[in-house]
Ligand binder design. Structure first.
Ligand code: BGC
Length: 693
């Protein structure tokens, strides 16, 4: 019977009834070996080597289906900043998009990614990374949206649901507590119940409740057990408390260590059956793992897989021309424009095209295609517009002088001849990003890449490199105004050189259109509107303890803007900080209480002479009987306003989002008392109201 062929392949447009019956039939026909085969990827090591280690050269099986029965594998592709396959559109990195505070844009980016994924034969995406930025040194900070759980939940949901509009399954990663890079395979993150549920998990719940379908487990341990085989995390919380019904797949290689992972709640091991496979069959045959556990995992996979694979598609076909299609590239430029955060401006910006005849564009990074790390999130777009290339196009090649930190004297000469100097400084994949060891083994003895230098990992410093600071200082000493553009995945300290700059912009890793977007901002074609999705401190010691080689670390309740506020420490730039070329006013804050929510409205007016976008950040201060963050972001919105225009914005805060976790009773509670609502572009508030709950 086991070699009898069946065709249970998914069919577009099939009914829920057909899906349910088909899944029952598959489960009836499948042998134990076939079921266990579904629970792992297969073939990755061989394929990766055959492709000369080109990550994304082909789709990867993440769950292998059952060929005999017509159940297809799940085809995985990665990429928070685009599709990690082919020559896809490279969007600004996730952190840059976090700075847009624009969920509509993030949804459109998700849709574009979904189309490019389908056009490249994949159906499972690892693009939605929503780990908390606990410390700016985290090497993979660029892959997430920022330090605040509410913001992470809203942005990650938008991306995930956008991807899923094209019937690609989106996964949220890395579940959970994955906010360090170098130590990710070993670190035991110790965390108490309140910090876990209130700070490190809520954004995952938000995304899953909204319909993002699957979960990727994290490499690290949580309170002594690896997340990929943690019963408390994967079963008690995820399925028990939250009612999650999708599947959980492991992170790639070394994401689990024991076959009991499946009993703990993991459904798929990626990318090869190293721990499951034959060892799991043996564990079932020896009675160590119950057969129903295997069936449960298979059903979790099939339910999700068939729901997506049988849904009708919004497009009639997904031709390869969708990959880096002009409208997706335009979206990458829009995202890059909206993500630039203007940190300081003494009036030098925007530049006047009629007055600026020559610009000195300085720094190695000005001429480097620098879209972010070179790990699993790497996207290889058809081209990258660097800052210097964009400015040459904008002003003409003769108007651009160049130089860099390798020859500061020459850079000074260039600056002297220019009306203004732009210094592009910051990081590359070498200083931060996914850690790529020189002797990467991918778990296979035969797979050593022999002595290439390691790159990426957690940052060693939060400052600019000494030679970049020297460049800024030397150029500033010429008297030519200096604009500094910071390229980085998270906060960079600016104390040493800030006063010498006439303007400072955080441009992040801005994607394939980043140079053009920077030129658009510098010349005022677009007013800057990005807001910091993290806190820039004055001193590294203002952030929580971070040890990139830690075997164990405690994540407590405090990091980011909440920690600095608790400690009474002034940040250099608060969470939500970002200047504009126009001015906005907020007025008429109204808050009404309904049984499940606070309904908020506020009017925002553009008082300036230019069009611009404004983000409205809504914070709540809880009554104070129970220790909470002094204020916490609970809603945000973004609006585009013409000069003189005013609009009233509505926002909603769910009452459930105001609860705290009672760690003795393991349940959520609402403190009664006065809740203050603060509206602000930054943490310094300028409009307040209060309600009693
Ligand atoms: C990363 C994941 C990624 C996976 C597959 C891992 O190294 O941690 O974020 O999804 O590789 O690309």
């Amino acid at each position: 019977m086991s070699d009898q062929q069946f065709d249970f392949a998914p069919r577009r447009g099939a009914s829920a009834e057909w899906i349910a019956e088909t899944i029952d039939a598959i489960m009836e026909q499948a042998t134990l070996a076939e079921k266990v085969g579904m629970l792992s990827g297969r073939g990755f090591f061989q394929e990766f080597m055959a492709d000369d280690r080109l990550w994304g050269a082909r789709p990867y099986r993440a769950g292998s289906g059952i060929e005999r029965l017509g159940v297809p594998p799940l085809w995985f592709t990665d990429g928070p900043r685009g599709v990690a396959r082919g020559q896809s559109t490279c969007f600004p990195c996730t952190m840059a998009r976090g700075a847009t505070f624009d969920t509509d844009l993030e949804m459109r980016i998700g849709e574009a990614m979904g189309k490019e994924i389908r056009a490249q034969d994949c159906d499972l995406s690892g693009a939605v990374c929503i780990n908390i930025l606990r410390h700016p040194a985290w090497g993979r900070a660029q892959e997430t949206y920022g330090e605040d759980p509410h913001h992470l939940g809203a942005m990650g949901t938008a991306l995930g649901l956008g991807i899923q509009t094209q019937n690609v399954i989106a996964t949220v990663k890395h579940f959970a507590l994955n906010s360090m890079e170098n130590a990710r395979f070993k670190v035991d993150v110790q965390v108490g119940e309140r910090a876990l549920h209130e700070i490190y998990l809520p954004h995952f719940k938000t995304a899953l409740d909204a319909g993002v379908a699957t979960v990727m487990s994290a490499y690290n341990k949580y309170n002594g057990e690896y997340c990929g085989q943690h019963h408390g995390l994967l079963t008690d919380i995820l399925r028990g408390e939250w009612g999650f019904s999708g599947f959980v797949h492991s992170d790639w290689v070394m994401g689990l260590y024991k076959p009991y992972a499946v009993a703990a709640g993991l459904d798929i091991e990626n990318p090869e059956p190293q721990i499951l496979g034959d060892k799991l069959i043996a564990a079932v045959e020896a009675g160590h793992v119950a057969p129903f556990v295997i069936d449960r995992a298979c059903r979790n996979i099939l339910r999700t897989q068939y729901r997506f694979a049988c849904a009708s598609d919004p497009l009639t076909e997904y031709p390869v021309e969708l990959v880096a299609a002009p409208e997706h590239v335009a979206l990458a430029r829009e995202a890059a424009q909206k993500s630039v955060v203007l940190l300081e401006n003494n009036g030098v910006l925007p530049l006047d095209r009629d007055k600026v005849r020559r610009i000195a564009v300085l720094g190695r990074l000005a001429a480097l295609p620098n879209t972010g790390d070179m790990g699993s999130s790497r996207v290889r777009p058809p081209y990258v517009v660097t800052p210097i290339a964009a400015l040459r196009t904008t002003l003409g090649p003769d108007a651009i002088l160049s130089g860099d930190e390798d020859d500061i004297d020459a850079a000074v000469v260039a600056a002297r001849e220019a009306d203004v100097a732009l210094v592009v400084a910051g990081y590359t994949a070498r200083e931060e990003g996914e850690f790529i060891p020189g002797d990467i083994t991918l778990g296979q003895e035969s797979d050593r890449n022999g002595g290439r230098p390691a790159i990426g990992g957690d940052r060693l410093s939060l400052d600019l490199a000494a030679e970049q600071v020297a460049l800024i200082e030397a150029v500033a000493a010429t008297g030519t105004p200096v604009i500094v553009a910071i390229v980085a995945g998270s906060a960079v300290l600016v104390e040493r050189w800030r006063e010498q700059a006439s303007a400072i912009l955080q441009t992040f890793y801005a994607g394939m259109e980043g140079g053009n977007a920077l030129a658009d901002i510098l010349f005022g074609d677009v007013s800057p509107s990005g807001r910091l999705p993290f806190t820039v401190a004055r001193d590294a010691s203002d952030y929580p303890h971070f040890d990139r080689n830690a075997d164990a670390i405690t994540y407590d309740y405090w990091h980011g803007y909440a920690k600095l506020a608790r400690d009474g420490v002034e940040p250099r730039y608060p969470f939500g900080h970002g200047l504009s070329y126009t001015r906005f006013a907020r007025r008429a804050l109204r808050v009404s209480v309904s049984p499940d929510s606070l309904d908020i409205s506020v009017t925002v007016a553009n008082l300036g002479e230019r069009a611009g976008d404004e983000s409205i950040l809504c914070y709540v201060r809880c009554p104070g009987g129970v220790e909470r963050w002094p204020v916490a972001l609970k809603a945000f919105s973004r609006v585009s306003l013409e000069p003189g225009e005013a609009r009233t914005i509505a926002m909603t805060i769910k009452i459930d989002d105001l609860r705290y976790r009672d760690e003795h009773r393991h349940e959520w509670k609402l403190e009664s008392g006065e809740y203050q609502i603060h509206i602000s572009g930054g943490v310094e508030t300028d409009l307040k109201a209060s309600v009693r709950l």
